[in-house]
Design a protein around this ligand. Structure first.
Ligand code: ATP
Ligand code: MG
Ligand code: MG
Length: 378
């Protein structure tokens, strides 16, 4: 089988690595340079989108912010999975909110805004604090503002207007209730063409300045897995979804509220490379290639630490048993996701001990908040 991924980042790269032993070849279409490249070596195949679509059996995506003309062309080929509707919903918070409400999955209260008067109204109907999010193009907490008091409305709206002036057409803002969550969790699952679903154990996540910093699986908590699986089934079935889908939640006193969905393999699922029977990258390929799904069972508790902005860490970290480093080979830039480290243990206690051992080897300045987050783990 030959698969082309829209997007040429680390997720496409890890799909290529997972596909190789199965004899599945994975190439990437870089939507910025309009070229088909090898996601690991960067080799340029000198193909345009049409040639890339022709040369491959399946088209899929590693991110949701893809120009609609590209989505249309892929959809018309009949080879695109999970398909353009799922990608559009994942890339537009307005469609996402409508989908969640349509299938009765609890999410944060919201309102769509076009004017400052709408914002003022939202502070009344939803209450403060509010999180304001651009409907399109949001990732890693970009395009978000927080409104804590009515006195900030003018200043915050001025920032938003400035942002809107420089962003894509048909843009608007979603005002969302600020959720005082106990913690954040996510679920990664996979659905195939026959509608079969397999879901990984829930993952506990810690974000730092809107960017994922730490994921730990399994996240414990009574009844949480059932809530997550129920949300997954409703959303994936409604989208007639094929492939891996991620759902981020806020855990508020044991009740899961959906934050957002990602129609793709997800950073909070990287632990599955060491901690699950079949990792999310292999399972995504299996689903889109119409092969039997792999087991999503946890084989050992595993944590993942994101490495941002630096392209190496102490080699000593390799000495920690059960730790594995995954580097993306990207050019170094401040704050950029450069790689991640998975740490697995035979049980929760050993995993936490090894995670703490890793922590002592990481430069504190590059991993703000990590030690506090680890200390708070159950
Ligand atoms: P991603 O890279 O995950 O796609 P994103 O830019 O789409 O990120 P969100 O997931 O919407 O951003 O928000 C980023 C983080 O900001 C969340 O993980 C959470 O920590 C915080 N956050 C977002 N919305 C809320 C909210 N309504 N209440 C409280 N915290 C929130
Ligand atoms: Mg997002
Ligand atoms: Mg998010």
């Amino acid at each position: 089988m030959k698969v082309m991924v829209l997007g040429a980042g680390q997720l496409a790269q890890m799909m290529a690595l997972a596909g190789a032993p199965l004899g599945i070849s994975v190439v990437a279409y870089d939507v910025r340079t309009h070229s088909v490249v090898h996601p690991v070596t960067g080799q340029d195949y000198q193909q345009d989108l049409a040639a890339g679509i022709n040369a491959n059996d399946v088209i899929t995506a590693e991110f949701e912010h893809i120009p609609h003309d590209i989505l249309d062309q892929c959809q018309a080929s009949g080879k695109f999975l999970p398909g353009d509707r799922a990608i559009r919903v994942g890339g537009d918070r307005r469609l996402e909110k409508q989908l969640l409400d349509g299938v009765n999955v609890p999410n944060a209260r919201y309102q769509f805004l076009a004017t400052k008067a709408d914002l003022t109204a939202a502070t009344q109907s939803i209450g403060l604090p509010l999180v304001l999010k651009s409907a399109l193009d949001g990732y890693d907490g970009k395009g978000q503002w927080r409104l804590k008091s009515e006195t900030e409305i003018d200043a915050v709206w001025a920032e938003i207007e400035e942002f809107l002036a420089h962003s894509s057409d048909n843009q608007s803002i979603v005002a969302e209730q600020w959720i005082p969550f106990n913690r954040e969790v996510s679920v990664i699952g996979v659905r195939n063409k026959d509608g079969n679903i397999a879901v990984y154990p829930l993952t506990q996540n810690h974000h730092e300045a809107g960017v994922l910093s730490l994921s730990v699986a399994p996240a414990t908590g009574e009844n949480l897995q059932q809530q997550a699986v129920s949300a997954f089934e409703k959303i994936a079935n409604e989208l007639d979804y094929v492939g891996v889908l991620a759902i981020e939640f806020f855990d508020v006193d044991g009740q899961l509220l959906v934050n957002e969905i990602a129609p793709r393999v997800h950073n909070s699922g990287h632990w599955t490379q060491q901690g699950a029977d079949c990792c999310q990258f292999e399972n995504h390929l299996r689903a889109v290639c119409n092969l039997p799904l792999g087991s999503t069972e946890l084989v050992r508790p595993t944590a993942m630490v994101n490495v941002l902005g630096i392209d190496s860490v102490h080699q000593k970290a390799m000495e920690i048993a059960g730790s594995h480093q995954h580097w993306y080979g990207k050019e170094q830039r401040a704050g950029r996701k450069m790689g991640h480290i998975n740490v697995a243990g035979k049980d929760q206690t050993q995993m936490l001990a090894q995670l703490n051992a890793l922590l002592t080897m990481l430069p504190e300045a590059e991993f703000p908040g990590l030690s506090t987050a680890i200390a708070k783990l159950p």
